[in-house]
Structure formats: structure tokens, C-alpha cells
Design a protein around this ligand. Structure first.
Ligand SMILES: *[C@@H]1O[C@H](CO)[C@@H](O)[C@H](O)[C@H]1NC(C)=O
Ligand SMILES: *[C@@H]1O[C@H](CO)[C@@H](O)[C@H](O)[C@H]1NC(C)=O
Length: 326
């Protein structure tokens, strides 16, 4: 009798899933109403109460699969709330004019062997858990790629209320326009986030980053990245256009507002030869470092050269920057 009811529940769960989750996609977790099985060659693996993910079957364990199935089956009946949203941006978040200067308390921690994929238009709410990779994918300043990231965000995706720990290499990779809201990096590895959108607008709203030996935000695409209400401490640069701009063209635009940055370099570094711009307003950098201008290069044509510093009315625009960041 018991076996029959489990089979029925499993069948019911399978019946509601109208598609199979993609590689690295979510396939279960508390409140998850999406697909609970994976495309051929991939296995749904339980990570924690909130998240199960499709991993390559060769690497997956059957124990993990069983756990994931049980979990999603039981939560399905009790939960009606969905973490997946079809709207990209519905609510306006009010950003504090002065960002908090410490990482908020975490609600617990979790780790993943691979990047967490946030699908197009999905709002991923980390509920203030600390996220790490296990084993760690941080290799210092060695150039890694999105495989070393904690989150890979498809076009229109949002990551919010997340604390990113030190054991990941590339933080967040946005493949298209994305929104990073109240995201905190305890210790940045290679960089905190990389924007690869070919056009459009991405937003960093609130949050903060600590201990970035080089840059925090890397912009390798085109369009505009808006950074507001953000806090940075012990870093190289808050944001930087591609150094190697092969296939990236330009222009790229940074809009930096209500940002506080201490013990580090400029708020932005842009390539004048690609028409990049940086607009800084109502912000603080405790040494007054604002905007560096560079000559961006393509592969095989030397390395990016610094041309100057400060507002020039063409690439760098600065208004309301103070040095009193208390
Ligand atoms: C920056 O802070 C001011 C308040 O000082 C607020 O009116 C404005 O909306 C903020 N800008 C952004 C982009 O959050
Ligand atoms: C390569 O560098 C030279 C000298 O700085 C520059 O004139 C030329 O435009 C660059 N070529 C490309 C494709 O960026």
C-alpha cells in the first residue's frame, strides 16, 4: 500500500512537469514548480532543501537522485509559493542613499559542485544564504571562465539576497541583461561579476564586495551597467571595461550612483577608443579616485594602456563625489 502511494505521488509530480530541466538547471527544491527531471544524460541531484540541480549522469550518484525526488515530491503537496517568476522587473526597490558597510548576517550556508544556472527571466532569491563552490573554484587572479562561477544568469534573470563566499572563482556571470540585488561578496576571487550582454541594461542594486585584488565588476559586452547603493572595500577597481576587447567592440557605459568605496582604486576604468563612458554621481571614494581612461585592445595588439585619470567630458563624467565615506 505504501509503495503504491509513493508511486502515485511520483506520477503526479511527473505529470505536472511539462518539460525536462536543462543541463545545470534547477530540477527541485522547496517551492519549485518547474521540471523535476533532466534531459537525457543528466541527473537531478539534491543540493539542499531549496535546490536540486541537473548534473552530468556520469558524475551523479543515485543517492543524490533519490533524495532529490523525495524532496520535490513531498514539498510539492505542501507548498504553493513559487520561486520562479516570469516577470523580469516588476517592483522598484528603494536603494539606501548610503549603503550598509558590512555583510548582513547569513541565514545559513550551502555549496554546489557546479555553477547555479538562473534561467531567462527567473528571479533567484537566495534568502540570505551563503553560497560557495565545493570543491572551491577560486584560482586567484588566474583567468578562469564561467565554469568557475557561482551563478550563471541568462538574459533577464535576477539574483537577489545572496551572500557569495570565498570558495568560488568568478562570482556571477550574466550572459545577457541581468539584475543583481542585495548581493554580497565576502571575498572576491578573480572578480565579483562579469557582464556579457550584447546590448541593454544590467543593474547592480545594493549589496557590496570585499577583498578584490583587482576589479569587482568586469564589463565585456555592450550597453549599460548601472551600479547603485553599492559598498566596496579593499579592492582594485569597482568596475572596468574589457582590457582584451576581442569581439566585444563597444561602446560600454557605466552609471554609478550612491556608491561608497573605501581602500581601493577608481570607481571605473573605461576604454576611450571604443566610446565607453562612465558617469559617477552622489558617491564616495575615500581617496577621491574616480575614473581612469584606457586604450582598450584586441588580442595580439599589445596590452591595454592607461591614458589618463578624471573627468574629461567625453569618457568620464563625475558629479558629487566626496572623500568623506563615514
Ligand atoms: C540615490 O540616492 C538618492 C537619495 O539621496 C535617491 O533619490 C536616488 O533615487 C538614488 N539613486 C538610485 C539610482 O538608487
Ligand atoms: C592596434 O594598435 C594600433 C596602435 O596602438 C592601433 O592604431 C590599431 O588601431 C590597433 N588595432 C586594432 C584592431 O585595435
Amino acid at each position: 500500500m505504501k509503495q503504491v502511494s509513493i508511486a502515485l505521488l511520483a506520477l503526479a509530480a511527473a505529470g505536472t512537469a511539462n518539460a525536462q530541466a536543462q543541463p545545470w538547471g534547477q530540477c527541485g527544491g522547496s517551492g519549485w514548480t518547474g521540471p523535476t527531471s533532466c534531459v537525457s544524460g543528466w541527473t537531478c541531484q539534491y543540493s539542499n532543501e531549496w535546490y536540486s540541480q541537473c548534473v552530468q549522469s556520469s558524475g551523479g550518484t543515485t543517492a543524490g537522485t533519490t533524495a532529490a525526488t523525495t524532496k520535490t515530491t513531498t514539498t510539492k503537496t505542501s507548498s504553493t509559493k513559487t520561486t520562479k517568476s516570469t516577470t523580469t522587473k516588476t517592483t522598484k526597490t528603494s536603494v539606501p542613499a548610503t549603503p550598509p558597510t558590512n555583510v548582513p548576517a547569513s541565514a545559513g550556508s550551502t555549496s554546489y559542485p557546479t555553477p547555479v544556472l538562473v534561467s531567462a527571466g527567473q528571479v533567484f532569491d537566495g534568502k540570505m544564504l551563503k553560497y560557495d563552490r565545493n570543491p572551491s573554484s577560486c584560482q586567484g587572479q588566474k583567468e578562469t571562465d564561467e565554469a568557475a562561477a557561482m551563478f550563471i544568469v541568462e538574459s533577464g534573470g535576477t539574483v537577489k539576497n545572496v551572500i557569495i563566499g570565498p570558495d568560488q572563482g568568478e562570482g556571477i556571470h550574466c550572459r545577457g541583461p541581468c539584475r543583481l540585488e542585495n548581493v554580497w561578496w565576502i571575498s572576491v576571487c578573480e572578480d565579483a561579476a562579469t557582464f556579457k550582454q550584447t546590448s541593454g541594461d544590467s543593474y547592480v542594486v545594493g549589496g557590496g564586495a570585499f577583498g578584490a585584488s583587482d576589479k569587482i565588476f568586469q564589463f565585456n559586452g555592450r550597453g549599460t551597467v548601472h551600479i547603485s547603493g553599492f559598498y566596496a572595500k579593499d579592492y582594485g577597481k569597482v568596475s572596468r571595461s574589457c582590457g582584451d576587447c576581442t569581439n566585444n567592440g563597444g561602446p560600454r557605459h557605466f552609471v554609478i550612483e550612491n556608491v561608497t568605496a573605501v581602500d581601493g582604486g577608481p570607481l571605473c576604468g573605461v576604454n576611450t577608443n571604443y566610446g565607453d563612458t562612465c558617469r559617477i554621481s552622489n558617491s564616495c571614494q575615500n581617496k577621491g579616485k574616480d575614473c581612469d581612461r584606457y586604450q582598450g585592445v584586441v588580442k595580439g595588439n599589445g596590452s591595454s594602456k592607461k591614458l589618463g585619470t578624471g573627468p574629461d567630458g567625453v569618457s568620464c563624467f563625475v558629479s558629487g563625489l566626496t572623500t568623506n565615506c563615514s
